[in-house]
Design a binder for this molecule. Sequence first.
Ligand SMILES: *[C@@H]1O[C@H](CO)[C@@H](O)[C@H](O)[C@H]1NC(C)=O
Ligand SMILES: *[C@@H]1O[C@H](CO)[C@@H](O)[C@H](O)[C@H]1NC(C)=O
Ligand SMILES: *[C@@H]1O[C@H](CO)[C@@H](O)[C@H](O)[C@H]1NC(C)=O
Ligand SMILES: *[C@@H]1O[C@H](CO)[C@@H](O)[C@H](O)[C@H]1NC(C)=O
Ligand SMILES: *[C@@H]1O[C@H](CO)[C@@H](O)[C@H](O)[C@H]1NC(C)=O
Ligand SMILES: *[C@@H]1O[C@H](CO)[C@@H](O)[C@H](O)[C@H]1NC(C)=O
Ligand SMILES: *[C@@H]1O[C@H](CO)[C@@H](O)[C@H](O)[C@H]1NC(C)=O
Ligand SMILES: *[C@@H]1O[C@H](CO)[C@@H](O)[C@H](O)[C@H]1NC(C)=O
Ligand SMILES: *[C@@H]1O[C@H](CO)[C@@H](O)[C@H](O)[C@H]1NC(C)=O
Length: 309
Amino acid sequence: MAPPWCLCWALLPALALALLGLAAAAGPRQTPALELAQELAEELWSAGLPGDLPELEPECRSLLAAFAEGSAALTGCLGRRARPVRLCQGCHGHYRRLLAQYDSIARAVGNSSESHNCAKSILTSDRLQIVVTLSEFFNETWEAANCANCLKNNSEGLSNSTEEFLDLFNKSLTCFEHNLQEQTIDLSPNNYTEVCKNCNDTYTKLNDLYNHLQRMNRQGGESAHSAHLCIDVEDAMNITRKLWSRTFNCSFPCSDTVPVIAVSSFILFLPIVFYLSSFLHSKQKKRILILPKRIQSNANLVNIQEKYS
Ligand SMILES: *[C@@H]1O[C@H](CO)[C@@H](O)[C@H](O)[C@H]1NC(C)=O
Ligand SMILES: *[C@@H]1O[C@H](CO)[C@@H](O)[C@H](O)[C@H]1NC(C)=O
Ligand SMILES: *[C@@H]1O[C@H](CO)[C@@H](O)[C@H](O)[C@H]1NC(C)=O
Ligand SMILES: *[C@@H]1O[C@H](CO)[C@@H](O)[C@H](O)[C@H]1NC(C)=O
Ligand SMILES: *[C@@H]1O[C@H](CO)[C@@H](O)[C@H](O)[C@H]1NC(C)=O
Ligand SMILES: *[C@@H]1O[C@H](CO)[C@@H](O)[C@H](O)[C@H]1NC(C)=O
Ligand SMILES: *[C@@H]1O[C@H](CO)[C@@H](O)[C@H](O)[C@H]1NC(C)=O
Ligand SMILES: *[C@@H]1O[C@H](CO)[C@@H](O)[C@H](O)[C@H]1NC(C)=O
Ligand SMILES: *[C@@H]1O[C@H](CO)[C@@H](O)[C@H](O)[C@H]1NC(C)=O
């Protein structure tokens, strides 16, 4: 059992932080992350420890604070746009800003002695290395989402083909909405004939563009994620295809059965083609085998010629 004073000591820092928080709320306007960093620094200072304590320089502290706020903003953005997926469209600005913030930490050497090296003290002075861990997490998430695929080369904004795709996606959804609304007014609720007919054009365009993008992508790069388009585009197509074929049941069965019949009849004919070709081939071989015999027996040939002449 721990003696009761132990509990008090454990609670003290929390109490101090709470009080500092209250005090800071009354102080001049500053970003919360920067405030906290300054408070922690002042706490160490007032504890009267030696001067060469590895404390962050002010400009280092503000770099760290900027990174903290950048990660909070990016995390919030990713979470809010998780479903339906709008990560790449909505969060690329946040991601780019965070990359810049991480970069300026990594490049910041600070202006004083080696022990006060800003990058070193933020990125590598402890086992956890939380700033590196966070940055890695965001990099991996961004990579897995394959957002680079739907952004411009310099990643400032969406690429043209992505804009075009999203525009068609919006049109498709709008078309579905319109035709469903009309339907509930004057038709039975589960008759989607109108949707299939009126939105076929838009849907077909969307589907074609998606297939085109996929083909371009496969040809393009050989990276690990090159089989995928960016998640926003994939998810939008997934949603639309599911609506079209499952909810509205617009995929006509005949358009599915034609390739099936074609493929199965091709396979059915394969044995026939095989036997026919092997038959013809063996016939050809016989001829080749017989021919040298005749040449060999030159005498016979002469005989035959004599006979026929
Ligand atoms: C170094 O930092 C101090 C305060 O942190 C600042 O006054 C000074 O201008 C800086 N020097 C350079 C060369 O950046
Ligand atoms: C994250 O990616 C950026 C750009 O690709 C890179 O500069 C940075 O070092 C990466 N972060 C980590 C922790 O590897
Ligand atoms: C994209 O940028 C890379 C360098 O970052 C460059 O090599 C490549 O040619 C660019 N591609 C296009 C289409 O601009
Ligand atoms: C993208 O579209 C803009 C205008 O809409 C155009 O200026 C630009 O050249 C296009 N880029 C590509 C790569 O097609
Ligand atoms: C389509 O885009 C317009 C404006 O760009 C927007 O007002 C509308 O809500 C979008 N529709 C859908 C279904 O996302
Ligand atoms: C659906 O509505 C169309 C008219 O818009 C009608 O011709 C068709 O017979 C209806 N189908 C069913 C299954 O009710
Ligand atoms: C949609 O249009 C295509 C031709 O553009 C046609 O082959 C297909 O049967 C149509 N589908 C529906 C559901 O009307
Ligand atoms: C499409 O949706 C299904 C089920 O909703 C899901 O299992 C699948 O992973 C999705 N595909 C993509 C490419 O997101
Ligand atoms: C979809 O439509 C086909 C005929 O076009 C019908 O045979 C099938 O039962 C329908 N499926 C659903 C889930 O409505």
